[in-house]
Ligand binder design. Sequence first.
Ligand code: DLL
Length: 433
Amino acid sequence: MNRYHPASDPDFMPKGMLQNVQWSRFSVVLRHTYENVPWYRQRMKEKGVTPNDIHSLDDLHKLPFIVKTDLRETYPYGMCAVPINEIVRFHASSGTTGKPIVVAYTKEDLDIWGEVVVRALTSYGVHEGDILQNAYGYGLFTGGLGLHFAERLGVAVVPISGGNTERQVMIMQDFGVTAASCTPSYFLHIIDKAQELGVDLRRLPIRVGIFGAEPWTEEMRKSIEANSGIRAYDIYGLTEIIGPGVAAECHCQNGLHVFEDHFYPEIIDSDTLEPVPDGEYGELVFTTLSKRAMPLVRYRTRDITKIFTEKCPCGRTIRRIERISHRSDDMFIIRGVNVFPSQIETALLAMEGVLPHYRITLTRVNGLDEVEVEVELMQEQFSDTVRSLETLQRDIRHRIEGMIGIRVKLTLVQQGTIPRSEGKAKRVFDKRV
Ligand code: DLL
């Protein structure tokens, strides 16, 4: 079992030492990738570079990027850098169309994954003796088996997976669960169900939530914390890099520390593909520094964030990224204006009486793009006078329009109208094509 010892935690390494670790790991990974993955050798040849041209991590920019379609085109084993008999696990990310992205792990890769998940849990204050209700989906998705590594911290894991929400509430109550992991949208559903069943989560021993796999806003965090009495923490990761545990918040809840001794982050401008300085927004790119089965060099995540330069009060010296509020491909363009769903979520959840359940539908009427936002209201709002409902509707609409800069149609709906999700929530429905 991996027992946690802060003294040996690279989260707290002096900077120079961390850079040495990063470089010594990367130089091995680069050679390993070049020698064992023909796709990489070919791409590097096209760029006119070999591992001999890379003398430090400052030379990373000389290397080509890799994107999701490259992984899809080499499906299923084209990116594997080890023989199949060294692989002990596969995961895959579903994707909406075509073949999935397949990721392979050696036994040592699983140990790295376990290590970063344990570090994340520790930074949320989860410890031996806790009982974790793991409601991320088990299977090819990395959420379930990823958070299952909590066992290595001495945590008792309830591998309940997603779904059957009534049973989730029962088990949370009966087992004395102290921590839960799932998507933030699914936890909202659990909160609703508990309320419906007359169970007050604030009176249960549960104190920590481990939420990720989809964007969520600070307003959503406040809503979850107020309605469940837990502390809600962000965990970030992606199948291609390892799964959950690439970066995680600490108790300061202000940015996610990247476990950069294993996953080296860069932020690039998605148009010019040039690195941007720390503190500026751009697309997050990762290079895996220690994985053997499927190392990735300069993988473009499409996730938009920035790297923090300020020291974190928690004392960790590894860098932080701002929470991922959106992906570059989440953005929709309405009448020439770029809009992110997270902007609408922020505007909605700042209003009294609004519930954190909403849906955005894009349509084209007579050649003109329209945005409709449906949002649930607390029941008591509907029993108020029609006049105050109209005022509320106008106020919410103005707030959204002020945030995104275009007119929207706003529909207020009763609690429970918008379908709930058990995994990653789908909130935008683009019916323009
Ligand atoms: O969602 C891995 C994961 C499981 C992360 C459980 C956290 C918890 P994929 O299905 O490959 O892997 O999706 C990865 O989800 O590129 C982001 O766009 C998004 N994402 C993941 N975590 C967060 C987060 C898992 N904390 C994609 N905040 C990533 C915002 C997130 N977006």
